[in-house]
Design a protein around this ligand. Sequence first.
Ligand SMILES: Nc1ncnc2c1ncn2[C@@H]1O[C@H](COP(=O)(O)OP(=O)(O)OP(=O)(O)O)[C@@H](O)[C@H]1O
Ligand SMILES: [Mg+2]
Length: 332
Amino acid sequence: MIEVKDLTKIYRVNQKDPGVRGAVKALFRPQHQDKIAVDHISFRVAPGEVVGYIGVNGAGKSTTIKMLTGILAATSGEVRVLGRDPHRQRVANARDIGVVFGQRSQLWWDLALIESLNLIGQIYRVEPARFQQRLAQFSDILELKSLLQVPIRNMSLGQKMRAELAATLIHDPQIVYLDEPTIGLDLIVKERIREFIRQQNRENGATVILTTHDLGDIEQLCQRVIIIDNGKLIYDGPLSTIRDRFGKFRAITFEMAADVGPLVMPPGTEVMPAPAEDVTDARRLVLRFDRTHTTASQVAAAIMNQAEVIDFSLAEPDLSSIIKQIYNGALD
Ligand SMILES: Nc1ncnc2c1ncn2[C@@H]1O[C@H](COP(=O)(O)OP(=O)(O)OP(=O)(O)O)[C@@H](O)[C@H]1O
Ligand SMILES: [Mg+2]
C-alpha cells in the first residue's frame, strides 16, 4: 500500500549575513546550507496497518509525511502510495488519502462545520447516501451534533480537531496520515479521538500512519512502530519487541527505618544501583534488576534480612521511559 525506498529530503536553507551588505552579498553570491531532514529511509506498510511514526522534535517525521502525501517532492529515493508517485500524481492520490496536521487547520475558517463538510463531500463526489451515513456516524462518535452549525473559528482546540478528523475522513480515504492529532487536547477528547481512529481502522479498513509525542496514542492504537532519529530509521517493528527487549528491567524502592549501611546480595540475586537522580535520601534505597534473572521477592527478601524496611514499591517500566532510552541511543 505504501512503499518507501531510500527516501531522502534535503532542505536547502539560504544563508545571509545580517543587514543590507549581507543582502547585497547574498544577491550576487548566494550561500546555502543543506539540511538533511530525511536520510535514506525505507519501509513498507500493508493495508489495514496502524503504524506509529515516532522520534524527537526535528527528527524528520512531518517531512516524511509531507513526502508521502505528495505535498513535498523527495530529493532522492522512491515513494509509492497505492502504486502512484504521490507528488507527480497529486490529484489522483488526494482522493485516496486523508491528512490531518494537528498544528494547523485545513478547514474554511468562516464556514459552519456542516457547510465545510458539504463542500468536501462535493469536491470528492461522495455519494449522498454514503455522505449522510458517514455524517451520522461521525456525529455520534465524535459528538459533532451540536457543532455542525458552528463556524470553525469559534471552536475550541478539541472541537476543531474533532471537526478536522470528520472532514478528513468523510470521503472514505484508504490511507489516513495523522500528524499529531491529539496535540494539546484533554484526556477525554484524546480518548474519543483514539476510539474514532480505532473504529475507522477496524470497521472501515483504513490504513493509518500516526505521528505523535503522546505514547498513550501509540500504546492504544499501534501494533507497529517506526522510530526515526536525525532523519534515519533506527527501529521498525512490533511494539511488543521493544517492550520485551527494554521492558525487562524493574526498579524496586525501599523505605528504611534507619540510614542504610553497606548491604550484601546473596548469590543469584543480581541488582544494579539506581541512577543517582533517583536516590534522594539516605533512608531510601532504589535497586534495579533484570526480571528475567532475578525476581522481586528475591531482592525484597535479601534486603529485609539485613535492614528494617518500612515500605517498598515496585515500578513497571512505562513505554515512555523505554522510548527515552531508545532516543538516547540504547539501540546502538
Ligand atoms: N521548510 C523547511 N526548510 C528548512 N528546514 C526545514 C524545513 N522544514 C523542516 N526543516 C528541518 O528539517 C528537520 C526535520 O523537521 P520535521 O518538521 O520533519 O521534524 P519532526 O520530526 O516533524 O519534528 P516535530 O516533532 O518537532 O514536529 C528539522 O531539523 C527542521 O528544522
Ligand atoms: Mg512534526
